[in-house]
Design a protein around this ligand. Structure first.
Ligand code: HPA
Ligand code: ZN
Length: 326
């Protein structure tokens, strides 16, 4: 229908996307074979059947298992290229993507192998599809801060390719104060800070992210809306929220898509964006997420245009680059 065509044709940026979360079952099995890695799945259907999650941790367990097939620079290139080709059809023109180096260096895959594959795919996408991009390196919050410092040291050797630092993985039990020092060092080194906050964690986690980590954007941020004073603060500062409706639903953060906080956040004057998070695991790419909020929330077509415009406003493109995209 009309709204669906509008969604397909609107230029959009994606700001909350874990590249390892784009690994489709077909590629997972192909790479497992290529790299002689054994997986507890016998076919594609078997993989898809396993993707039933009751919480963030259920997903994370399979997410780390799945990425164990990624070994070579070519693997990381193939992964990234497949995502970019897929979302090029969605009208995506800019992406700020997360990667989790610790999940790879922990398995003996070098930081340079990961980064090399990602950057060559991103550079080719700029040349051949006109897609611009920025890379955000995430620290895994279930691992000690010391290991985050090791990742930061690697990142410092590749500043020309890494724009920001983020914080992801298990939120419960791993609050922002644990990462205050590594974020301070990262900011000092010139990396722009963002963090997953208020996905399963509380409004207090979001506040700590702003005050202690000094994040410039909040990933998810759903539970910020539980706190009116914090909501007002985010609205006044126009701190962007990168929301992920299908992810929230699949991880049971919300019981149905009609409970997505996207509309409530828009009404509160927040700079909210719609994103896919881990599209292969949650069964929806960028435009599927736009369609999901349009179908399940009281949104009109003009709101879809606002959300697409917000995706550029909330991006880390320069003001001049934003002008061109908007
Ligand atoms: N939350 C936390 N960690 C993650 C996510 C997420 O949505 N996706 C990949 N790692
Ligand atoms: Zn995420």
């Amino acid at each position: 229908d009309l709204a669906s065509k509008l969604i397909d044709n609107l230029p959009k940026a994606e700001l909350h996307l874990h590249i390892e979360g784009t690994l489709e079952p077909e590629m997972m099995l192909r790479l497992a074979k290529r790299n002689k890695i054994s997986l507890p799945y016998k076919d594609v259907e078997d993989v898809r059947k396993a993707y039933e999650f009751d919480c963030l941790q259920d997903f994370l367990d399979l997410y780390y298992l799945g990425m164990s097939v990624l070994l070579t620079e070519q693997d990381f290139f193939d992964l990234t290229w497949a995502y970019l080709e897929r979302v090029h059809q969605d009208g995506l023109t800019h992406v700020e993507l997360f990667f989790d180096p610790q999940a790879h260096t922990d398995r003996g895959v070098s930081f340079e192998t990961v980064l090399g594959g990602l950057t060559s795919a991103l550079e080719q996408a700029q040349r051949e599809m006109g897609i611009s991009s920025k890379l955000i390196m995430c620290f895994l919050r279930h691992l000690p801060e010391e290991q985050a410092f090791d990742a930061l040291e690697c990142a410092c050797k590749h500043k020309e390719h890494i724009f920001g630092v983020g914080l992801d993985s298990s939120e419960k039990g791993f609050p922002p104060p644990l990462f205050e020092r590594v974020f301070a060092k990262a900011r000092e080194e010139g990396f722009v800070p963002v963090a997953h906050l208020g996905e399963e964690g509380t409004a207090e986690n979001v506040r700590e992210g702003l005050d202690l980590l000094k994040v410039e954007r909040v990933d998810h941020g759903n539970h910020a809306l539980d706190d009116p004073a914090l909501t007002q603060r985010l609205a006044e500062a126009q701190t962007p929220l990168t929301m992920c409706p299908i992810s929230n639903w699949r991880l049971k953060g919300i019981p149905t898509l009609a409970h997505s906080p996207v509309k409530k956040a828009m009404d509160a004057g927040l700079l909210v964006t719609v994103n896919s998070d881990d599209p292969s695991y949650f069964g929806g790419y960028l435009n599927d997420n736009y369609r999901a909020v349009y179908e399940h929330l009281p949104l009109v077509e003009k709101d879809l245009v606002t959300l697409a415009q917000n995706s550029f406003k909330a991006s880390f493109l320069s003001d001049q680059e934003k002008q061109i995209q908007l």
